[in-house]
Design a protein around this ligand. Structure first.
Ligand SMILES: [Zn+2]
Length: 84
């Protein structure tokens, strides 16, 4: 894979259970939306219980149903704008 920013070769890296492509030149990272979700969960797990304002979020399970469509005017997270 070639970096879309600087055209260097990108190499596959494993970050925990997630596989991402990282550029050897600019260190840019390419990942799928689902991989971003997995990294976000891992980040949350890393910080779980580390502060008084940290509360555990529910894990995604097969019996869950999709929430109603969110309003585009009120993003649910900062990272949502990456795919908005
Ligand atoms: Zn690059």
């Amino acid at each position: 894979m070639t970096c879309p920013r600087c055209q260097e070769t990108m190499h596959t890296r494993n970050v925990g259970e997630v596989s991402v492509a990282q550029c050897a030149g600019c260190q840019g990272i390419f990942l799928a939306r689902s991989e971003l979700g997995a990294l976000t969960e891992a980040e949350r797990d890393f910080h779980a219980g580390s502060g008084p304002e940290t509360t555990a979020l529910p894990r995604i399970t097969a019996d869950m149903t999709a929430p109603p469509p969110a309003s585009r005017s009120t993003p649910r997270s900062y990272l949502q704008r990456l795919f908005g």
